[in-house]
Design a protein around this ligand. Structure first.
Ligand code: ZN
Ligand code: ZN
Length: 181
């Protein structure tokens, strides 16, 4: 079966991309994948934008096929194309303050200081996203090989407070302003 867009029939399903509930009546994207537990197919549900970032191929295929009205089709296409062009972007899973100083950055292999921002990385494997470690916020452009990814980071950081989102935006703006003295 082909991938689908459809309104969520209840408020009980969760987006595989960000982990947040898909509100009843909200348009959701269903990616059909081989059933990891046996015969047939399974459907992975996403917010369309979460799928654009994390499953761009499937989303673009579905957009090309559907004749339905999809809100912000252009925005979805451009997000998906960026994630396709820079494949590591599909691994972005939001940001958080490091609760300990134990994790090492997947890019530079240096420890990530307690309390500093880090970006979570996930790897898609057979219908699920497996945790793949962390990146220093400052290493993001070197690791993801592209800039301007704040919106994507925020999309997968639903647990951050408004104040935290503000601070994260500020930290990103600072480190995109050029090399620090
Ligand atoms: Zn989502
Ligand atoms: Zn690093």
């Amino acid at each position: 079966m082909a991938h689908v867009f459809e309104p969520a029939s209840s408020g009980r399903s969760k987006c595989r991309g960000c982990g947040q509930p898909l509100q009843r009546g909200e348009l959701r994207f269903g990616e059909r994948v081989p059933n990891p537990f046996g015969e047939g197919e399974a459907t992975l549900w996403f917010h369309p934008l979460c799928a654009a970032y994390k499953r761009p191929n499937a989303l673009l295929e579905a957009l090309a096929e559907t004749t339905d009205e999809v809100p912000d089709r252009e925005g979805l296409e451009s997000a998906a194309r960026k994630s396709l062009a820079h494949e590591r972007l599909q691994r972005v899973d939001g940001a958080e303050r490091s609760p300990t100083g134990q994790a090492k950055c997947r890019h530079c292999h240096e420890p990530i200081a307690k309390g500093s921002w880090r970006i979570r990385v996930v790897f898609y494997e057979e219908g699920r996203f497996a945790p793949g470690g962390y990146i220093h916020l400052a290493c993001r452009e070197a690791y993801f090989e592209v800039g301007g990814i704040l919106e994507q980071i925020l999309q997968f950081s639903p647990d951050l407070s408004d104040a935290d989102r503000e601070e994260l935006s500020h930290a990103c703006a600072l480190s995109e302003a050029g090399p620090r003295p």
